[in-house]
Ligand binder design. Sequence first.
Ligand code: GNR
Ligand code: NI
Length: 176
Amino acid sequence: MAKLTILEFPDPRLRIKAVPVEVVDDKIRSLVSDLLETMYEAPGIGLAATQVDVHQRVLVLDISEDKTAPLALINPEILSLDGIEVTEEGCLSVPGVYEKIERAEHITVRALDLDGKSMEMEAHGLLAVCIQHECDHLDGKLFVDYLSELKRQRIRKRLEKSRRLDVAESLKAPAI
Ligand code: GNR
Ligand code: NI
């Protein structure tokens, strides 16, 4: 397993639309294992391949409290969306930003599992929100896209400033 680097807004690579996986082979299974390691380490409850600069339709999730329920969805398709739910969302690619976002409360999803077998599942609440958030990533979409242009610009400026400060700090600190 390997921990991968997570791209951050407004990196243009987060806007690339991921292509479907053709064969679920050991390379895909190894990507899933790297995504899970990266997600747990972050820590986060979901991660899409797009966020680690791999533009294939693969995502992982684990909304359990004790991190014991990893789930991988390959070529996910949302078949139905019902109801409305507002959740305070965050994103590992938009660090430190939390905003209320409206999504469907109940969804059904079809995807391939790690054996390449097609499966369907229903999701409610946080799991449903998280699947919608990760599917958006695979289409090059971020949760900040649901906010106003003004809010998005402010978030971009804030992140760019905090990254400049990080670089300045790293230049001051003695090398280890
Ligand atoms: O860790 C995450 N938490 C979260 C909380 C509310 C709604 C969505 C998410 S997903 C996010 C991890 C992430 O950025 N996945 O792409
Ligand atoms: Ni995200």
